[in-house]
Design a protein around this ligand. Structure first.
Ligand SMILES: *Cc1c(COP(=O)(O)O)cnc(C)c1O
Length: 463
């Protein structure tokens, strides 16, 4: 107690002197507004930055941090303040270089769009459009009709609807078809996707009642059969996007489920998660059913993301029977989930590329990155390594074989052979190097492995 009192006395004395040495806001402001390099900065930004910096100093002093009196002089503060202002002027949403090797990286923007799509997006934003205007009849039109035909042509589906993301797609399908009724799902498919998307939680929000069947590792057709009652509205299959059950397992195939649904007259839905139009076994990856194959199986409704393997904008795509899609479209919830013109424009542009599979694989970055041969990635790694060696000292630069991931909760088991530039700093720690690269004007995000910093070149664009 005594000790505390004494300390308090001491700190107070020091505090007062330093606190009084902090220049006031107006004085800083007047000085900064004289600076030609801040001419174009809005006064409110200058003012707020000054306030923030001074408040921070005050807090530091009060907390007993070591602050030198000289550092509080106006001229000493000017560079600190201008730094802060420059930071404030930089957009918060910025491009980064993804050198993690994770292609569909949810934290780094998931899928990147082809350059062609940029033009379409700019036009959608800066020009009027036929978003909801039928150019043939001159009457009000539907935004969904602009991509519905393309989606049906590409997949063989009867009808299509697009909402904001796949989570919304699952929610609205369940809400429309099963609110107040039961949905039968295998225990092994009650997945949680990154963030907070959990099938049981979404089910609850939709107002549908979850009926779990089978065991974690094994579910049989008879399990579904036994669970069906008068209350059953839907049989649901969920793609185990981000995990794999191995060993003694049995999953009811979509074909079996479709046959069961037909026999019992109950619609069948598959949440495909990362739907893909291209059979990725052409790139040596494990075969996954394509959206076309899922549709052809006779499933009544299928949902998937626009920005996972499809490589398009964030969207939730719903394909299915005409009458079902019509009911979903009429659901008032649909209005709250509708996509905007940017999504629509980007999605149409991506879908058009899929009209020719080879064009899609060559131009859609997500597919191009998955398909790029390792030799070509290695070439890029060698080129960068060479340039880095000639420019930086005190850091060992090497080219290293590594593995990339598809990411986005797709194909957790699949490794893509890749090549990285490996940096091993001489004096600074690898964590410090990581932090410096992360704070560049164009931040570079890589990964640390065995005390070295890796730049996996599979996800780094040529330029
Ligand atoms: C990713 C995923 C979702 C969620 O899709 P978003 O587009 O991220 O909303 C839902 N279900 C499955 C199986 C998924 O893999």
């Amino acid at each position: 107690m005594q000790q505390n009192e004494k300390n308090k006395g001491n700190t107070l004395k020091v505090d007062q002197r330093l606190l009084q040495a902090i220049p006031n806001v107006d004085k800083c402001l007047l000085r900064l507004l004289e600076l030609p390099e801040l001419e174009d900065v809005p006064v409110v930004v200058v003012k707020n930055s000054v306030r923030d910096v001074l408040a921070r100093l005050r807090a530091d002093i009060l907390a007993g941090a070591e602050v030198k009196a000289t550092s509080l002089e106006l001229e000493e503060l000017v560079p600190v303040l201008t730094d802060r202002i420059r930071q404030e002027m930089r957009p918060r949403f910025r491009r980064v270089v993804n050198a993690t090797g994770v292609i569909i990286h949810t934290n780094l923007g998931r899928s990147v769009l082809p350059a062609e799509t940029a033009q379409v997006l700019a036009e959608a934003g800066t020009r009027y459009s036929n978003l909801e205007f039928d150019l043939e009849t001159g009457q009000r039109g539907s935004r969904y009709s602009l991509v519905e035909k393309l989606l049906c042509d590409l997949t063989g589906a009867e009808a299509a609807l697009v909402v904001n993301n796949n989570a919304a797609a699952v929610l609205i399908v369940l809400e429309t078809l099963a609110r107040g009724r039961e949905v039968v799902v295998s225990r092994g498919q009650l997945v949680e996707i990154g963030g907070s998307f959990r099938i049981p939680d979404v089910m609850e929000r939709s107002g549908a009642r979850l009926v779990e069947v089978g065991a974690t590792n094994r579910t049989h057709p008879r399990d579904y059969e036994r669970a069906v009652t008068e209350e059953t509205a839907l049989l649901l299959k969920v793609h185990c996007s981000n995990f794999k059950v191995i060993g003694f397992t049995r999953e009811v195939s979509l074909e079996e489920l479709v046959a069961l649904g037909a026999a019992l007259n109950i619609p069948v839905m598959e949440d495909l998660g990362s739907g893909c139009f291209v059979d990725l076994s052409r790139f040596g990856l494990e075969k996954e059913p394509t959206v076309q194959e899922v549709v052809a199986s006779g499933v009544d409704v299928v949902t998937f993301s626009g920005d996972k393997l499809l490589g398009g904008p964030q969207a939730g795509i719903i394909l299915g029977r005409k009458d079902i899609i019509a009911r979903i479209r009429k659901n008032p919830v649909n209005r709250a989930m509708r996509i905007d013109k940017f999504t629509l424009a980007a999605l149409e542009s991506i879908l058009r590329l899929y009209l020719d599979e080879n064009t899609a694989c060559a131009t859609i970055p997500t597919l191009a990155m998955i398909g790029e041969p390792v030799e070509s990635v290695r070439k890029r790694a060698r080129r960068l390594a060479k340039r880095l060696r000639s420019r930086i000292r005190d850091c060992n630069v090497a080219v290293k074989e590594t593995v990339s991931r598809v990411g986005g909760g797709a194909m957790p088991e699949q490794n893509l052979p890749s090549c990285a530039v490996e940096l091993q700093p001489g004096t600074m720690t690898v964590n410090r190097l990581e932090s410096l690269l992360r704070q560049l004007d164009v931040p570079v995000i890589g990964r640390i492995e065995d005390d070295r910093f890796l730049l996996d070149m599979r996800t780094v664009a040529r330029d």
